[in-house]
Design a protein around this ligand. Structure first.
Ligand SMILES: Nc1nc2c(ncn2[C@@H]2O[C@H](COP(=O)(O)OP(=O)(O)OP(=O)(O)O)[C@@H](O)[C@H]2O)c(=O)[nH]1
Length: 323
Protein backbone atom coordinates (compact mmCIF):
# COMPACT_ATOMS: atom_id res chain seq x y z
CA UNK A 1 0.00 0.00 0.00
CA UNK A 2 1.21 3.51 -0.74
CA UNK A 3 1.22 5.11 2.69
CA UNK A 4 1.94 8.70 1.59
CA UNK A 5 -1.71 9.77 1.77
CA UNK A 6 -1.75 8.78 5.46
CA UNK A 7 0.99 11.15 6.48
CA UNK A 8 -0.82 14.50 6.36
CA UNK A 9 -4.04 13.55 8.23
CA UNK A 10 -2.02 11.80 10.92
CA UNK A 11 0.37 14.76 11.20
CA UNK A 12 -2.58 17.10 11.63
CA UNK A 13 -4.28 14.90 14.25
CA UNK A 14 -1.16 14.28 16.31
CA UNK A 15 -1.31 15.27 19.95
CA UNK A 16 2.20 16.71 19.61
CA UNK A 17 3.49 19.75 17.81
CA UNK A 18 5.42 19.36 14.55
CA UNK A 19 7.29 22.39 13.21
CA UNK A 20 9.61 22.23 10.19
CA UNK A 21 12.23 24.90 9.58
CA UNK A 22 14.59 25.65 6.71
CA UNK A 23 18.27 26.01 7.57
CA UNK A 24 17.88 29.81 7.81
CA UNK A 25 15.14 29.31 10.45
CA UNK A 26 12.24 30.06 8.03
CA UNK A 27 8.95 28.30 8.88
CA UNK A 28 8.09 25.66 6.28
CA UNK A 29 5.34 23.84 8.12
CA UNK A 30 3.55 23.42 11.41
CA UNK A 31 0.66 21.12 12.22
CA UNK A 32 -2.73 21.91 13.74
CA UNK A 33 -1.49 21.23 17.26
CA UNK A 34 0.72 24.33 17.00
CA UNK A 35 -1.68 26.30 14.80
CA UNK A 36 -4.53 25.98 17.35
CA UNK A 37 -2.37 27.17 20.22
CA UNK A 38 -0.58 29.92 18.33
CA UNK A 39 -3.85 31.15 16.76
CA UNK A 40 -2.13 31.98 13.45
CA UNK A 41 -2.80 30.00 10.21
CA UNK A 42 0.30 28.48 8.66
CA UNK A 43 -0.33 30.30 5.36
CA UNK A 44 0.21 33.65 7.11
CA UNK A 45 3.67 32.85 8.39
CA UNK A 46 5.12 30.40 5.90
CA UNK A 47 8.74 31.35 5.05
CA UNK A 48 8.84 33.97 7.80
CA UNK A 49 11.65 33.63 10.33
CA UNK A 50 10.79 31.54 13.39
CA UNK A 51 12.19 34.35 15.54
CA UNK A 52 9.74 36.90 14.08
CA UNK A 53 6.69 34.68 14.56
CA UNK A 54 7.33 33.32 18.07
CA UNK A 55 8.09 35.90 20.71
CA UNK A 56 10.46 35.33 23.63
CA UNK A 57 12.45 32.56 21.99
CA UNK A 58 15.81 31.83 23.61
CA UNK A 59 17.43 32.94 20.34
CA UNK A 60 21.14 32.38 20.97
CA UNK A 61 20.57 29.00 22.66
CA UNK A 62 18.10 27.80 20.02
CA UNK A 63 20.27 28.87 17.08
CA UNK A 64 23.20 26.97 18.60
CA UNK A 65 21.03 23.85 18.95
CA UNK A 66 19.56 24.10 15.42
CA UNK A 67 22.96 24.76 13.85
CA UNK A 68 24.40 21.72 15.60
CA UNK A 69 21.56 19.52 14.29
CA UNK A 70 22.50 20.57 10.75
CA UNK A 71 26.26 20.49 11.22
CA UNK A 72 26.29 17.06 12.86
CA UNK A 73 23.28 15.70 10.97
CA UNK A 74 22.14 14.31 14.31
CA UNK A 75 19.11 14.87 16.52
CA UNK A 76 19.19 16.76 19.81
CA UNK A 77 16.76 17.05 22.71
CA UNK A 78 15.64 19.57 25.33
CA UNK A 79 13.51 18.47 28.30
CA UNK A 80 11.11 20.64 30.31
CA UNK A 81 13.36 20.12 33.31
CA UNK A 82 16.27 21.84 31.55
CA UNK A 83 14.15 24.54 29.90
CA UNK A 84 10.40 24.67 30.67
CA UNK A 85 9.46 25.45 27.07
CA UNK A 86 11.04 26.25 23.72
CA UNK A 87 7.98 27.70 21.94
CA UNK A 88 5.87 29.93 24.15
CA UNK A 89 2.43 28.33 23.70
CA UNK A 90 -0.59 28.28 26.02
CA UNK A 91 -1.39 24.82 27.40
CA UNK A 92 -5.18 24.95 26.83
CA UNK A 93 -5.94 23.47 30.27
CA UNK A 94 -8.50 25.13 32.55
CA UNK A 95 -6.43 24.60 35.71
CA UNK A 96 -2.75 23.79 35.98
CA UNK A 97 -1.64 25.09 39.34
CA UNK A 98 1.60 26.02 37.62
CA UNK A 99 2.69 28.06 34.62
CA UNK A 100 0.30 29.53 32.02
CA UNK A 101 2.48 28.06 29.29
CA UNK A 102 2.84 24.53 28.02
CA UNK A 103 5.82 22.68 29.49
CA UNK A 104 7.60 20.94 26.64
CA UNK A 105 9.97 18.20 25.71
CA UNK A 106 11.42 19.12 22.36
CA UNK A 107 13.29 16.88 19.93
CA UNK A 108 15.09 18.52 17.02
CA UNK A 109 15.71 16.25 14.05
CA UNK A 110 17.53 16.73 10.76
CA UNK A 111 15.44 16.06 7.62
CA UNK A 112 16.57 15.81 4.00
CA UNK A 113 14.08 16.28 1.16
CA UNK A 114 14.16 12.99 -0.84
CA UNK A 115 13.99 14.72 -4.25
CA UNK A 116 15.77 18.08 -3.87
CA UNK A 117 18.28 17.06 -1.19
CA UNK A 118 17.41 20.26 0.71
CA UNK A 119 17.98 20.12 4.49
CA UNK A 120 15.32 20.96 7.08
CA UNK A 121 15.00 20.74 10.83
CA UNK A 122 11.94 19.26 12.44
CA UNK A 123 10.94 20.28 15.98
CA UNK A 124 8.76 17.68 17.72
CA UNK A 125 7.01 19.34 20.65
CA UNK A 126 5.59 17.03 23.31
CA UNK A 127 3.27 18.56 25.92
CA UNK A 128 4.84 17.79 29.33
CA UNK A 129 2.56 20.07 31.38
CA UNK A 130 0.80 17.21 33.23
CA UNK A 131 4.05 15.42 34.00
CA UNK A 132 5.64 18.65 35.24
CA UNK A 133 2.67 19.44 37.50
CA UNK A 134 2.69 15.93 39.04
CA UNK A 135 6.44 16.05 39.49
CA UNK A 136 6.44 19.48 41.12
CA UNK A 137 3.55 18.42 43.37
CA UNK A 138 5.48 15.28 44.33
CA UNK A 139 8.59 17.34 45.11
CA UNK A 140 6.54 19.74 47.26
CA UNK A 141 5.01 16.81 49.17
CA UNK A 142 8.40 15.18 49.65
CA UNK A 143 9.83 18.43 51.03
CA UNK A 144 6.86 18.87 53.38
CA UNK A 145 7.26 15.27 54.57
CA UNK A 146 10.99 15.70 55.07
CA UNK A 147 10.37 18.91 57.03
CA UNK A 148 7.69 17.20 59.16
CA UNK A 149 10.11 14.35 59.92
CA UNK A 150 12.58 16.84 61.32
CA UNK A 151 10.22 18.66 63.64
CA UNK A 152 8.88 17.98 67.08
CA UNK A 153 5.09 17.73 66.89
CA UNK A 154 4.39 19.89 69.96
CA UNK A 155 6.88 22.75 69.80
CA UNK A 156 7.69 22.69 66.04
CA UNK A 157 11.38 22.85 66.99
CA UNK A 158 13.85 20.35 65.53
CA UNK A 159 13.23 16.94 67.04
CA UNK A 160 15.96 15.04 68.83
CA UNK A 161 17.10 12.85 65.96
CA UNK A 162 17.43 15.69 63.47
CA UNK A 163 18.97 18.01 66.05
CA UNK A 164 21.57 15.34 66.87
CA UNK A 165 22.38 15.03 63.17
CA UNK A 166 22.92 18.79 63.07
CA UNK A 167 25.16 18.59 66.11
CA UNK A 168 27.17 15.81 64.51
CA UNK A 169 27.67 17.88 61.31
CA UNK A 170 28.62 20.97 63.27
CA UNK A 171 31.21 19.00 65.27
CA UNK A 172 32.74 17.77 61.99
CA UNK A 173 32.75 21.31 60.61
CA UNK A 174 34.34 22.74 63.78
CA UNK A 175 37.07 20.06 63.67
CA UNK A 176 37.79 20.54 59.99
CA UNK A 177 37.85 24.34 59.93
CA UNK A 178 39.18 24.86 63.47
CA UNK A 179 36.18 26.96 64.40
CA UNK A 180 34.72 27.26 67.89
CA UNK A 181 31.45 25.47 68.59
CA UNK A 182 29.37 25.64 71.76
CA UNK A 183 26.36 23.88 73.12
CA UNK A 184 23.70 24.91 75.64
CA UNK A 185 21.45 22.29 77.22
CA UNK A 186 18.55 23.55 79.29
CA UNK A 187 15.69 22.04 81.22
CA UNK A 188 12.52 23.57 82.65
CA UNK A 189 12.57 23.82 86.42
CA UNK A 190 10.05 21.93 88.54
CA UNK A 191 8.07 21.09 85.49
CA UNK A 192 6.36 18.22 87.21
CA UNK A 193 4.94 20.73 89.69
CA UNK A 194 3.88 23.00 86.86
CA UNK A 195 2.00 20.11 85.24
CA UNK A 196 0.33 19.35 88.58
CA UNK A 197 -0.69 23.00 89.08
CA UNK A 198 -1.92 23.82 85.59
CA UNK A 199 -2.67 20.40 84.13
CA UNK A 200 -0.93 18.69 81.25
CA UNK A 201 -2.40 21.20 78.80
CA UNK A 202 -0.89 24.02 80.85
CA UNK A 203 2.47 22.21 80.73
CA UNK A 204 2.20 21.80 76.97
CA UNK A 205 1.31 25.46 76.62
CA UNK A 206 4.46 26.46 78.55
CA UNK A 207 6.64 24.22 76.36
CA UNK A 208 5.19 25.70 73.16
CA UNK A 209 5.40 29.32 74.32
CA UNK A 210 8.90 29.09 75.75
CA UNK A 211 10.17 27.27 72.66
CA UNK A 212 9.07 30.12 70.43
CA UNK A 213 10.19 32.79 72.92
CA UNK A 214 13.69 31.31 73.21
CA UNK A 215 13.89 30.83 69.46
CA UNK A 216 13.26 34.56 69.08
CA UNK A 217 16.28 35.31 71.32
CA UNK A 218 18.70 33.36 69.10
CA UNK A 219 20.61 34.02 65.91
CA UNK A 220 19.31 32.36 62.75
CA UNK A 221 22.53 30.38 62.59
CA UNK A 222 21.87 28.73 65.98
CA UNK A 223 19.91 25.49 66.14
CA UNK A 224 17.34 25.02 68.88
CA UNK A 225 15.91 21.54 69.29
CA UNK A 226 13.76 19.60 71.74
CA UNK A 227 16.06 17.02 73.26
CA UNK A 228 13.60 15.25 75.52
CA UNK A 229 10.36 15.95 77.43
CA UNK A 230 11.23 19.32 78.97
CA UNK A 231 14.87 19.37 77.95
CA UNK A 232 16.20 21.40 75.01
CA UNK A 233 19.49 21.99 73.27
CA UNK A 234 20.99 24.92 71.40
CA UNK A 235 23.89 24.43 69.00
CA UNK A 236 25.89 27.64 68.59
CA UNK A 237 28.25 27.36 65.62
CA UNK A 238 31.24 29.66 65.55
CA UNK A 239 30.73 30.61 69.20
CA UNK A 240 33.23 30.27 72.03
CA UNK A 241 32.33 29.21 75.56
CA UNK A 242 32.36 32.82 76.79
CA UNK A 243 29.97 33.89 74.01
CA UNK A 244 27.68 30.94 74.70
CA UNK A 245 27.75 31.72 78.43
CA UNK A 246 26.53 35.26 77.71
CA UNK A 247 23.73 33.85 75.54
CA UNK A 248 22.75 31.33 78.23
CA UNK A 249 22.67 33.95 80.98
CA UNK A 250 20.58 36.28 78.84
CA UNK A 251 18.10 33.50 78.04
CA UNK A 252 17.90 32.51 81.71
CA UNK A 253 17.12 36.11 82.79
CA UNK A 254 14.61 36.75 80.03
CA UNK A 255 12.72 33.49 80.58
CA UNK A 256 12.42 34.23 84.30
CA UNK A 257 11.05 37.70 83.51
CA UNK A 258 8.65 36.40 80.86
CA UNK A 259 5.01 36.05 81.89
CA UNK A 260 2.81 33.46 80.26
CA UNK A 261 -0.94 33.82 80.36
CA UNK A 262 -2.82 30.52 80.46
CA UNK A 263 -6.57 30.35 81.19
CA UNK A 264 -6.41 33.83 82.72
CA UNK A 265 -3.64 32.76 85.06
CA UNK A 266 -0.10 34.07 84.87
CA UNK A 267 2.54 31.36 84.74
CA UNK A 268 6.16 32.13 85.47
CA UNK A 269 8.62 29.43 84.50
CA UNK A 270 12.36 29.25 84.97
CA UNK A 271 15.02 27.15 83.33
CA UNK A 272 18.41 25.74 84.27
CA UNK A 273 21.19 25.73 81.71
CA UNK A 274 24.54 24.06 81.07
CA UNK A 275 27.12 25.44 78.62
CA UNK A 276 30.09 23.65 77.05
CA UNK A 277 32.48 24.30 74.19
CA UNK A 278 33.75 21.63 71.83
CA UNK A 279 37.38 20.91 72.56
CA UNK A 280 39.04 19.17 69.57
CA UNK A 281 41.91 17.91 71.74
CA UNK A 282 39.71 16.22 74.30
CA UNK A 283 36.41 15.52 72.58
CA UNK A 284 36.16 12.79 70.00
CA UNK A 285 32.57 13.34 68.98
CA UNK A 286 29.28 15.13 69.65
CA UNK A 287 28.50 12.79 72.52
CA UNK A 288 31.48 14.09 74.57
CA UNK A 289 30.28 17.66 74.16
CA UNK A 290 26.75 16.66 75.17
CA UNK A 291 28.12 15.02 78.29
CA UNK A 292 30.00 18.18 79.37
CA UNK A 293 26.93 20.39 78.82
CA UNK A 294 24.86 17.83 80.75
CA UNK A 295 27.22 17.91 83.74
CA UNK A 296 27.05 21.73 83.73
CA UNK A 297 23.24 21.59 83.55
CA UNK A 298 23.16 19.14 86.42
CA UNK A 299 25.26 21.52 88.52
CA UNK A 300 22.78 24.36 87.76
CA UNK A 301 19.97 22.15 89.01
CA UNK A 302 21.84 21.11 92.15
CA UNK A 303 22.82 24.66 92.97
CA UNK A 304 19.23 25.84 93.11
CA UNK A 305 17.93 26.10 89.47
CA UNK A 306 17.12 29.26 87.44
CA UNK A 307 20.80 29.66 86.60
CA UNK A 308 23.41 28.83 84.02
CA UNK A 309 26.68 26.98 84.55
CA UNK A 310 29.64 26.80 82.18
CA UNK A 311 31.51 23.52 82.05
CA UNK A 312 34.86 23.36 83.85
CA UNK A 313 36.94 20.33 84.67
CA UNK A 314 36.43 20.79 88.39
CA UNK A 315 32.62 20.61 88.16
CA UNK A 316 32.67 17.00 89.30
CA UNK A 317 34.21 18.20 92.57
CA UNK A 318 31.56 20.92 92.85
CA UNK A 319 28.93 18.21 92.48
CA UNK A 320 30.50 16.09 95.22
CA UNK A 321 30.40 19.11 97.56
CA UNK A 322 26.76 19.84 96.76
CA UNK A 323 25.83 16.20 97.25
N1 LIG B 1 2.90 18.77 79.75
C1 LIG B 1 3.96 18.06 79.39
N2 LIG B 1 4.76 17.53 80.34
C2 LIG B 1 5.84 16.84 79.96
C3 LIG B 1 6.14 16.65 78.62
N3 LIG B 1 7.29 15.93 78.54
C4 LIG B 1 7.68 15.68 79.83
N4 LIG B 1 6.81 16.24 80.69
C5 LIG B 1 6.83 16.17 82.16
O1 LIG B 1 7.94 16.89 82.65
C6 LIG B 1 8.17 16.43 84.00
C7 LIG B 1 9.64 16.37 84.28
O2 LIG B 1 9.78 16.09 85.60
P1 LIG B 1 11.16 15.86 86.31
O3 LIG B 1 12.10 15.13 85.37
O4 LIG B 1 10.89 15.23 87.64
O5 LIG B 1 11.79 17.26 86.48
P2 LIG B 1 11.21 18.61 87.06
O6 LIG B 1 9.91 18.44 87.75
O7 LIG B 1 11.23 19.58 85.92
O8 LIG B 1 12.31 18.99 88.09
P3 LIG B 1 13.73 19.56 87.84
O9 LIG B 1 14.12 19.21 86.43
O10 LIG B 1 14.60 18.90 88.85
O11 LIG B 1 13.64 21.02 88.04
C8 LIG B 1 7.47 15.07 84.11
O12 LIG B 1 6.37 15.21 84.95
C9 LIG B 1 7.00 14.79 82.69
O13 LIG B 1 5.77 14.10 82.67
C10 LIG B 1 5.25 17.19 77.64
O14 LIG B 1 5.44 17.06 76.42
N5 LIG B 1 4.19 17.89 78.08
Amino acid sequence: MDAHWLAMPILQQLNSGVLVLSTDYGISFYNQFIERRLGVPLAEVRHKSLFDVFTDLPEAWLKRKLDSVIALNAPTFSSWEQRPYVLKLPHLRPVTGGSDYMMQNCSMLPLVHPHTGETFICLLIEDATDVSIYQLELQRNMQALQQANRLDGLTRLYNRSYWEQLLHSEVLRAKRYHQPLSLILFDLDKFKQLNDDYGHLGGDFVLIELASFIQSLLRESDFLGRYGGEEFGIILPNTSQSGATEVAERICRQVAAHQLLFNQRIIRATISLGVAEFNPHRHQEAHDLLQCADVALYVSKRQGRNRSTSYRDDLQKVLQKVN
